[in-house]
Every structure is written in C-alpha cells, then in structure tokens.
Design a binder for this molecule. Structure first.
Ligand SMILES: NC(=O)c1ccc[n+]([C@@H]2O[C@H](COP(=O)([O-])OP(=O)(O)OC[C@H]3O[C@@H](n4cnc5c(N)ncnc54)[C@H](O)[C@@H]3O)[C@@H](O)[C@H]2O)c1
Length: 339
C-alpha cells in the first residue's frame, strides 16, 4: 500500500468540522465534513489545520489532536501532499504558493470570481487535480442519472423548474451545477426580475434572483429563490416526454413519476404525480466518494468527478445571471463548447 496523502485543512469552521455536531445532518450525512471524510479514508492522513480564529484552532487541538496554525506560512514546513480549502473564496492562490509539494487539492464551492479562476489556473499549470465540493457529483444515484438513467426514466427532457435559497453563489451554485450535471451545458441565461441582496449567505455580496437557463434544443429550466428562514429547499423538477423526476428536500428525496391514462379525458395521458417511486438515496457516500476519487486521480487511476474547469463553468453561469439582472434581464450567451 502507498503511503497516505499528508493533508492540510485550511479553514476550520462549519464544513471543515462543525456541521458534524448537527444530529439531523448526521442522519443523512454521517460524513458531512472534511475532517470526517479524511478520518475515515486510509488514503489520507490529516497533518494539521490552518485558521486565524484561535477558538477554531483550540478545537482542532483538543478534539482532533492535530497541529493548528494561524497562517499557511506557519505551516510551510509540513510539506502537505493535499490541501483542503474549507474557507469562503479569497486569497487561496497565495496559500498554494507556500506548498511546492502539493499533489492534489479539494476546494469548497463556490469558486468565487477572480480568486477561483486564478486558483484553477494555478492548479492546472502545476498539473495536479482539484476536486470542487459540489458533493452531488459524488452521489452514485445522480451519477447514474447523469450518464443515461435520466433519459431512460423520463424520455426527452421538456421543461424544468427549480428552487434555491441562502444566496445564488452559495446554494444557487449547487443548483446550477446539478442542472449542468443532469442536463448538460446551457447556451444562454436570463435573470427574471431584479437581484436582491441576501444577508444570510456566507458569501460576500450574494444575491437572490429568479433566472432561466436555456439549452441548445430550446428547452429551459427556470429557478426561483425562497427564504431559508422559513424553510430550506434546493429542488429540481424535470418533466420529460415519458415521465417526471423530482429532486426534493435538497436532493434527499428523488422520485420518479410515470405517465398514466389521463383521469379527465379519453385518449390522453398525464404524469402520475400522486404515485411516484422513490429512488434509493446514496447521499451518504457523496463526500467520501469525492475523496476516494481524488486519491485515485492523484495516482492516475481515475478521472476527477468534480473538476475545477467544470466548477468554473458553473461560476461563469452564476456571474452571467447576476450580469443579466444588472442589465434589466438581458439574455446572455454562455455557450462554452463541449465539456
Ligand atoms: N459543499 C457544501 O455543501 C458546503 C456546505 C457548507 C459550506 N460550504 C462552503 O464552505 C465554505 C466555508 O463555509 P463554512 O460554513 O464552513 O464557513 P465558516 O465561517 O463556518 O468557516 C470558515 C472558516 O474559515 C476560516 N478562514 C477564513 N479565512 C481563512 C484563511 N484565509 N485561512 C484559513 N482559514 C480561514 C474562518 O476563520 C472560519 O473558521 C463556504 O464557501 C461555503 O459556501 C459548502
């Protein structure tokens, strides 16, 4: 067996370790945080964390018995093989420069404008894989849908609608990435109405805005924000020529609905929306799969599931939705060629 990849975790807040304390989260995501994913995968070895917050560092030392550093420069001597960026966007490229030893990176979504672009360019120039934590890309059920099962179940896609909340860049990016994963690349975007500031989002200057994504064949998905202080939802509802698939409760409930004889008219059909079949949920293994896949990619044995270049496309779409809102809902081309 090869030696485990020495891993440095940069940013030690909610997604790094804190979310594990939420018992409702733990029911669905027993491995919800980066530190849990590292702990249960023998291909990785946590060698320390970096966080400017002394409280975060104290928890890392007391609860996880790992070294804690105030700055990346202070951790320079560790020579990590893998860096995990569990911070909001900002100055991540500076950190990469401190560690010439890196073989791979995990980075949280959203990538963020210039910082994200620079990060991915730097990783690509140094020729190592960067896995972006759009965790749905590690979910086996969603992967199967994205690679043919969706078409088998619903036929040709006709129309879709979606909900998100807590910020377009924050949670809307998960939604846009899932739409791209399942339906492919949109060719244009259009904001529907004005963008409003959203203060609950952890991402600076985040907004809420309704929008539409249009695909090459003329089909469209429209999406709308909801207030997460009332309830949470990131949902997608896809209607095809032969059925419907709904991704509800933040994708924890995926249901397939067949066509059936129409209840109100002879010789017509309807979607049996009152009689769906639940698909088995595989979210439990989504984040662990992204880590396992990264270690395989570092060893040249697998293609990455959630690449930096793919995440940049999601970022470009988010940027264009905001731009469209600033231009009174102008339709903007986001055609970016094949994946
Ligand atoms: N993929 C997901 O499902 C998911 C879920 C939650 C959060 N996130 C993303 O993860 C990121 C972090 O979110 P969070 O909820 O953990 O935030 P958080 O505020 O709980 O934690 C962020 C931590 O990073 C530290 N930090 C900030 N700048 C730093 C720097 N330059 N160097 C080292 N540490 C630094 C902060 O002190 C804090 O402890 C955000 O981009 C968020 O969108 C993703």
């Amino acid at each position: 067996m090869t030696a485990p990849l020495k891993t440095l975790l940069i940013g030690f807040g909610g997604i790094a370790h804190g979310l594990a304390a939420d018992d409702r989260m733990a029911k669905w995501f027993p491995v919800a945080t980066h530190i849990q994913a590292l702990e249960q995968n023998p291909n990785f070895q946590l060698i320390g964390i970096v966080d400017p917050d002394p409280h975060a560092r104290a928890i890392a030392v007391s609860d996880w018995e790992t070294e804690a550093f105030e700055t990346v420069q202070a951790a320079a001597a560790l020579d990590p093989d893998v860096i995990v960026f569990a911070t909001p966007p900002g100055k991540r490229t500076d950190a990469l420069a401190t560690f010439p030893s890196i073989k791979g990176v995990v980075v949280e979504k959203p990538l963020g404008g210039d910082d994200g672009r620079h990060l991915i360019e730097t990783c690509d120039a140094r020729d190592f894989p960067v896995q972006v934590n759009y965790w749905r890309r590690g979910d086996a059920t969603l992967q199967a849908l994205a690679t043919g099962d969706l078409k088998n179940r619903i036929g040709a896609f006709q129309a879709g609608h979606a909900l998100y909340g807590n910020g377009l860049a924050n949670n809307g990016s998960h939604l846009v990435d899932m739409i791209r994963m399942l339906l492919g690349e949109p060719i244009w975007v259009q904001a529907l109405g004005d963008a409003k500031s959203v203060h609950q989002s952890p991402i600076t200057d985040d907004v809420h805005v309704s929008f539409a994504l249009r695909f090459d064949d003329g089909t469209c998905v429209s999406a709308h924000p909801v207030d997460f202080t009332k309830y949470r939802e990131v949902s997608l509802d896809l209607w095809g020529t032969q059925g419907r698939l709904s991704f509800m409760q933040e994708t924890l409930d995926i249901r397939h609905f067949d066509t059936a004889p129409n209840r109100g008219l002879n010789d017509a059909f309807e979607i049996a929306s009152d009689a769906g079949t639940l698909l088995s949920s595989t979210v439990t293994s989504a984040l662990p799969n992204l880590y396992e896949n990264l270690s395989a990619a570092i060893n040249g044995k697998a293609a990455l599931l959630s690449t930096g270049q793919s995440a940049l496309r999601t970022e470009t779409i988010i940027e264009h939705i905001k731009l469209s809102a600033n231009q009174d809902g102008e339709r903007l081309d986001v055609k970016m060629g094949a994946k």
